[in-house]
Design a binder for this molecule. Structure first.
Ligand SMILES: [Fe+2]
Length: 279
């Protein structure tokens, strides 16, 4: 029997507001997140870890992080988080003081090992700015971390995508020093996936020769306006999360990313009847 895959669920851009407050006056992000937690709890087999790739809060305020913690309480899976542009490093560190942060203050980068798979979580937030950037200590820490166990596969997570999506108002605020990330990644063959958030929609690209994704959100999506027809806008599209499955094997094994819609859907129904014939 082939070895069991390591399952990493990625959720992103929760944008939790204070209780009873709607995001942009319209989106109940808390209710959307409750549905997301229910979907994660119901998923079989159990994911080994949940990675929250930024924008946990919205404004942000300490009250929003407290609300987030209440909403996270029913989650039956371990989780780790990195900040996005809507987060505060200090408030997030105060809300989740037990995480193994790489730095005693500032950046909330951290690395986690799950059954032979390394997850490297990079804090790309820039206090007070919507765009992303990896500062010099973070890039140096990434280099050292990747060099420390060269035989183990590694997945990188960060909030800001290092590649263009074609949605111009988002591309202006993506990872501005993507070239510096690419230079590090190219020196380490063990990087198997780069997984971002920020754009609230499922996206796939190649970056520095590595498959790279954007995780959809449990709430609203950034409008797929590739022609700049409208002011920056959002749309309430079907919510989802990503499930990254790493299969151990030759070399660094292999990784596949599943897009998992959140909601109640008809099925599953069998393809075949009791006689073994297609229904
Ligand atoms: Fe963001």
């Amino acid at each position: 029997m082939s070895p069991k895959p390591v399952l990493i669920a990625q959720i992103s851009d929760l944008h939790i507001k204070p209780p009873g407050v709607l995001a942009y006056g319209r989106v109940d992000t808390a209710a959307a997140f409750q549905r997301c937690v229910a979907a994660l709890n119901a998923f079989t087999p159990k994911p080994d870890l949940v990675v929250i790739s930024g924008d946990l809060a919205d404004t942000p305020t300490a009250e929003e992080y407290q609300h987030l913690k209440r909403l996270l309480a029913p989650l039956k899976l371990p989780f780790v988080g990195i900040p996005g542009n809507h987060d505060s490093r200090e408030m997030m560190r105060a809300a989740f003081p037990l995480a193994s942060y790489a730095f005693p203050s500032g950046s909330l980068s951290q690395s986690v090992e799950v059954s032979g798979l390394d997850l490297v979580l990079l804090d790309s937030s820039v206090p007070g700015s919507p765009h992303g950037e990896l500062d010099t200590p973070t890039l140096q820490w990434l280099e050292t971390t990747l060099a420390s166990s060269p035989d183990r596969p590694a997945l990188l997570f960060l909030h800001h995508p290092p590649f263009k999506t074609g949605i111009c108002h988002m591309d202006r605020q993506n990872l501005l020093n993507a070239g510096e990330l690419a230079a590090v990644v190219r020196r380490h063959a063990r990087v198997q996936l780069i997984a971002a958030g920020h754009v609230h929609r499922a996206t796939l690209a190649m970056f520095a020769g590595i498959p790279s994704t954007i995780c959809p959100a449990p709430n609203h999506a950034v409008d797929l306006d590739l022609a700049e027809l409208r002011e920056p806008s959002f749309k309430v599209e079907p919510p989802a999360f990503h499930l990254h499955a790493w299969f151990p094997g030759e070399g660094f094994g292999s990784v596949v990313t599943h897009h998992v819609p959140i909601g109640d859907f008809d099925g599953p129904h069998p393809f075949f009847g009791p006689d073994g014939k297609l229904l």
